[in-house]
Design a protein around this ligand. Structure first.
Ligand code: MN3
Length: 233
């Protein structure tokens, strides 16, 4: 009995440490090193099927469990090889032009996806309120004007990349980046604090939407977690 209890305790504590580690890692603290790796795959904040019918379960499983995991694994390999283990993720992004291209691709991949999962929720969608809505109105005129501009950025990004809503000098701006680049990177034309992100790589939508990226972008608005956007602002 005693053994069972301490084992359960151990498992519980390990799980808590893993979750805390994943959170800390995104905020750049390298003290929590699960499995001896600097960065770890954060757990999804909801079950894989939770965003159905907008984002399908199989896409979430592959996207989180395979694609994002590969970015984490390859980032750990890249920072180890380049002896960059003690640098925070945000700081890697800020000076990314100084580092091997694997840090840019996989560091961006890890940062962007960690943000993306939290920006969606089964309880999401609708329109934001309060400060988020005020800032959107002040920056774009209206919520629908912001949506149109964001949809255009997401649809017109050629090939793989991301669409962004970014806070800069108290105002919101919209743009897109190629591949796994993001607005924190010194190499990015679009700069600022990301508050909303949409993955427009084909792996994010192809199983359900095939070539119809615009339908996927439309569906995204039904799961946007405005509470998280508000926190980021
Ligand atoms: Mn992706």
């Amino acid at each position: 009995m005693g053994n069972d209890n301490s084992r359960r305790d151990f498992i519980k504590k390990s799980a808590i440490l893993t979750i805390a580690g994943a959170g800390m890692r995104l905020s750049g603290n390298n003290l929590f090193a699960a499995d001896g790796d600097a960065f770890s795959l954060p757990a999804l904040p909801y079950p894989h099927e939770a965003l159905e019918p907008y984002i399908d379960s199989q896409t979430m499983q592959i996207h989180h469990g395979k694609h994002h995991k590969a970015y984490v694994d390859n980032l750990n390999k890249a920072v180890k090889e380049a002896k960059l283990e003690n640098i925070k993720l945000e700081d890697l992004m800020k000076d990314v032009s100084k580092y091997p291209v694997a840090v840019r691709n996989n560091g961006g991949g890890h940062y962007n996806h960690s943000l993306f999962w939290k920006l969606m929720s089964p309880a999401g969608g609708g329109e934001p309120a309060g400060k988020v809505l005020q800032t959107i109105n002040a920056s774009f005129g209206s919520f629908s004007a912001m949506q149109e501009k964001f949809n255009a950025a997401a649809s017109s990004r050629f090939g793989s990349g991301w669409a962004w809503l970014v806070l800069k000098d108290g105002k919101l701006i919209i743009g897109s980046t190629a591949n796994q680049d993001n607005p924190l990177m010194d190499v990015s034309e679009l700069k600022g604090k990301p508050v909303l992100a949409l993955d427009v790589w084909e792996h994010a939508y192809y199983l359900k939407y095939q070539n119809k990226r615009a339908d996927y972008v439309n569906a995204f608005w039904s799961v946007v977690n405005w509470g998280e956007v508000s926190k980021l602002m």
